[in-house]
Design a protein around this ligand. Structure first.
Ligand SMILES: NC(=O)C1=CN([C@@H]2O[C@H](COP(=O)(O)OP(=O)(O)OC[C@H]3O[C@@H](n4cnc5c(N)ncnc54)[C@H](OP(=O)(O)O)[C@@H]3O)[C@@H](O)[C@H]2O)C=CC1
Ligand SMILES: CC(C)CCC[C@@H](C)[C@H]1CC[C@H]2C3=C(CC[C@]12C)[C@@]1(C)CCC(=O)C[C@@H]1CC3
Length: 332
């Protein structure tokens, strides 16, 4: 049976590099690019098809920042496939990022300098906004839209005899102190990205608790620091090009400067061939690149506790109910 792989945010950056690497590994897969912009998705599909002419690559329109769009996209997936073997939840945003240069300079002369480069902790703030669904945009895009997608295509993912994998692109920037269960959408603070990635980590643990017995396994990946449209929103491309020699130098001290989308996709690709039984529910699988440019995967225990993960999951179930009522009032 040909494996079905769905990737959100597949038209650029890490998502696109993952698709390219998946097809190079196994061009018998049925690959579906789940993207919000059909033109960008079609361009990506054509680029992938030109290097893998015999591959089965299709597109589905899903804007994870809109529940209506997720419901419509999920309906199309259910019409098209009987099951989904690997669902990569990769789409993500970091809107209006700002660097705190004071924290950067202070960090440079502190003993936490390596960890600062690896996680970006305390260096960035973002400006969030409210979507048409009435949710915080970063939370809806990075977490809730994907959560609804899983719920909608649950029958395609849950099979005890043939388990499926859900793989989240999280981040080393996920931080417990940026997240609060009383403000899990992060409407109050300025670190919505960090908060959303921590929520991803908590949600993945909860999904394993609720779905492993039904044949669905969730894992979390950190791709490292990668040059993509997301990082070009933090500093312009010419600046990153200019400091590239410094980045290679920093790579001698931290393996998290993966830099290219190809390298960043390492752990995502690695998980593709893992047996579900061998996965650790609480591990974050990191793409790593050594000073000499060699790629490998390292797993670290996540800073999550079961109670917080349960509480968040219950809050998401409640929010799901509310949103579904709002969108389809006849179901009241
Ligand atoms: N770059 C880095 O250093 C790191 C990135 N990550 C994570 O990796 C993931 C991929 O990001 P990256 O490749 O870096 O950045 P890109 O901006 O290149 O890719 C993000 C992808 O997500 C898509 N996307 C954004 N919003 C939506 C939406 N509402 N609905 C559907 N798709 C959407 C984008 O589509 P469109 O082209 O239409 O905008 C794009 O395809 C993200 O989750 C990010 O948080 C994690 C750690 C480090
Ligand atoms: C000399 C240069 C390397 C200076 C760059 C300073 C900062 C802009 C960067 C240092 C660590 C970076 C980092 C990210 C963004 C850019 C930095 C803060 C991320 C937060 C990007 C998105 C992620 O998901 C994780 C990254 C961690 C490291």
């Amino acid at each position: 049976m040909r494996k079905v792989v769905v990737v959100t945010g597949a038209n650029s950056g890490i998502g696109l590099a993952l698709c390219e690497r998946l097809l190079s590994k196994d061009d018998q897969i049925r690959l579906c690019l789940a993207c919000r912009n059909l033109q960008r998705a079609e361009n990506a599909r054509m680029a992938l098809a030109s290097s893998h002419p015999s591959a089965d690559i299709s597109v589905v329109q899903i804007d994870v920042g809109s529940v209506k769009s997720v419901l419509q996209g999920a309906k199309e997936l259910k019409e098209r496939y009987k099951r989904i073997d690997h669902l990569y939840l990769n789409a993500g945003i970091m809107p209006n990022p700002r660097i705190c240069f004071k924290a950067f300079i202070t960090g440079l002369f502190s003993r936490n300098v390596i960890s600062m480069f690896a996680t970006g902790e305390g260096l960035l703030t973002q400006e969030d906004k409210v979507t048409e669904d009435g949710l915080q945009e970063v939370f809806e895009t990075n977490v809730f839209g994907h959560y609804i997608l899983i719920k909608e295509i649950e029958p395609l993912l849950c099979n005890v005899h043939n388990p499926s994998q859900v793989i989240w692109t999280s981040s080393s920037n996920a931080r417990r102190s940026a997240f609060s269960l009383t403000d899990y959408q992060h409407s109050q603070g300025q670190e919505s990205y960090s908060s959303s990635k921590y929520a991803t980590d908590l949600l993945s643990v909860a999904l394993n608790k609720h779905y492993n017995k039904q044949g669905m396994y969730s894992s979390v990946v950190c791709p490292g620091l990668v040059m993509t449209n997301l990082t070009y929103g933090i500093l312009p491309p010419f600046f990153w090009m200019f400091i590239m020699p410094i980045m290679w130098l920093i790579r001698l001290f931290t393996n998290s400067f993966t830099i290219s989308p190809y390298n960043g996709a390492e752990a995502l690709l690695w998980l593709f061939s893992r047996k579900t039984e061998s996965l650790d529910s609480r591990a974050k699988y990191h793409s790593c690149t050594s000073g000499l440019g060699n790629n490998y995967v390292q797993s670290y225990k996540m800073d999550v506790d079961e109670e917080s993960s349960d509480v968040l999951y219950r809050k998401l179930l409640d929010l799901e109910k509310q949103i579904r009522k709002k969108i389809t009032p006849e179901n009241k």
